[in-house]
Design a protein around this ligand. Structure first.
Ligand SMILES: [Zn+2]
Length: 298
């Protein structure tokens, strides 16, 4: 069995563990990104951290997930909306040179979707959409078990489709992107503006009936419906921290998704899975992903 070091670099936390092709994760660690990426040489900091984490233990490959767009060859990070220090990084070349094992770089949500498809027994055949509502909106699309990349490697950017009439600047450089009205950062904004004394974790329990929160849930539905009506997917997996918050109105969301989806189909035959939020998800998914890639190349 291959031993993979899986890495999930988010905006706030850096997660790492030993993963395999069975979804197991050993010695999982979660640390603030700031405690690891300390210098202006991000790749060196990442490589140093992997070496010290491994501590001489053997591993066959590294699979690293980033909240960023990558080139089609999956060798370079192109752009990260919320992490400017990660732009234009030749991550695979550098890490392979330092670590002397194959290194796979991917969009973090692809790892999440790999994990969830196995956890929820979603067959590889057909189209599966993963939509993850966190700080932003992560989106991955699998077609017959292969991630949809697009000509430039940047397909599946549902969070950055335009919302007409919205003038919110986005971390990607555009204005009015979907994730600014249907992602967690919008929720944080309405809390700050409307209920500054409330804890963000209680927003749905304390203010779930307020029109601002209801509109936010409607935007999550509209975002989901957009992808469903384009792709007519076999399965839709909805996850992420926002939809797993305490008191999140999942039934309302589901009703609004069905209401907005084209009739009679896809609405009449829609399979939606609501995925739990698990801290080790992307690390475990990194293990599945790397083992698939190693098998495909052997
Ligand atoms: Zn954007």
């Amino acid at each position: 069995m291959n031993s993979i070091i899986g890495i999930d670099i988010g905006g706030t936390n850096f997660r790492i563990g030993f993963a395999d092709d069975s979804g197991n994760v050993r010695d999982f660690r979660k640390q603030p990104v700031k405690s690891i990426l300390k210098s202006d040489d991000v790749l060196r900091d990442v490589a140093d951290f992997i070496e010290s984490y491994a501590g001489g233990r053997e591993f066959d490959a590294v699979a690293a997930g980033f909240p960023a767009t990558l080139n089609r060859e999956r060798t370079k990070i192109l752009q990260a909306p919320n992490l400017s220090y990660m732009e234009n990084l030749p991550v695979v070349e550098y890490l392979e040179g330092r670590l002397n094992v194959p290194v796979f770089a991917e969009h973090d949500v692809t790892f999440a979707l790999y994990y969830d498809m196995r956890k929820y027994d979603v067959p590889a055949d057909g189209i599966t959409c993963g939509i993850y509502f966190g700080t932003g909106i992560g989106n991955a699309i699998m077609i017959d078990g292969v991630p949809l990349l697009g000509r430039n490697g940047v397909a599946g950017e549902l969070g950055h489709i335009p919302v007409y009439g919205s003038d919110e600047p986005c971390g990607c450089g555009l204005v009015g992107c979907m994730e600014n009205v249907a992602g967690g950062k919008y929720l944080a904004r309405i809390r700050r503006e409307l209920w500054p004394e409330s804890d963000i974790a209680e927003i749905f329990t304390e203010h779930g009936n307020d029109s601002a929160v209801r509109e936010f849930v409607a935007m999550i539905a509209a975002c989901t419906v957009t992808e469903i009506n384009i792709l007519d997917p076999d399965y839709v997996i909805i996850g992420g921290g926002v939809v797993n918050m305490k008191g999140f109105p999942r039934e309302t969301l589901h009703r609004e998704i069905i209401a907005g989806t084209r009739k009679p189909y896809p609405a009449g035959n829609l399979r939606v899975i609501y995925a739990d939020d698990e801290p080790e998800k992307c690390v475990a998914g990194a293990g599945y992903y790397a083992c698939d890639r190693i098998m495909a190349s052997s």
